[in-house]
Design a protein around this ligand. Sequence first.
Ligand code: NI
Length: 257
Amino acid sequence: MFFDTHCHLNDKAFKDDIEGYIQRAKDEGVTRLLVIAWDISSSKKAIKLADMYENVYAAVGIHPVDAVRTPKSDLLILEKLLTHPKVVALGEIGLDYHWIKDLNERQIEHEFFTAQIKLANKYKKPIIIHMRDATEDTYNVLKDNRPDYEGIMHSYSASKEMVKPFIDLGFYIGLGGPVTYLNAKEPKEVAKVVPKDRLLLETDAPYLSPHPFRGKQNESSRIPIIAQMIADLRNESVEEVGKYTTENALRLLKIEQ
Ligand code: NI
């Protein structure tokens, strides 16, 4: 059984086929989904989906790219959403220097990032980190604003050398489609070195479809393709990878079996 710890079932791409999406995932053994938000509207949609389906859980939060055009007052709305019983994490939050180049806008990213870490600590939630072209600054923010309830480095794309420093700050390493890409050297190296008790599977659907579906709309039913590649890289069985990554997700997100 697999747990997709990062999908955007709240994306408009899926709005007419929620049932089908969940069924296709189930058919492939992907029985639990964590739906990740990027703003207030997608946070509310994630909660709505979690309310409708037993094995669907919600993460609420404001993405760094969205933060630059978000009023600060949205943090108060977010705080209320965090008390919902099926909200098991806060995210995705972090720093994105790929899309955001302006220094004033990067300052806004930082403000939303640290404010949301504080909220996660207050409401005892793990955080889900989006980090793009900003490894050093993200690490420094997290070192100075330690998450009290751990978190996930989502679609981890930094070096294998940085895996341990992030784990030492309390993070799990989320791996998805990029480990299957033919030219992806670093993600494959990372997949080999993450300790068993710190690895998680994710799709980031509708993005980052695994090979041979790269560039097509992704969905949670493709988790086994990612798990198989990780199993091959680590000389483990796909069943084993599914078992311990699911156990990791349940432990981190404090979900009763
Ligand atoms: Ni995402």
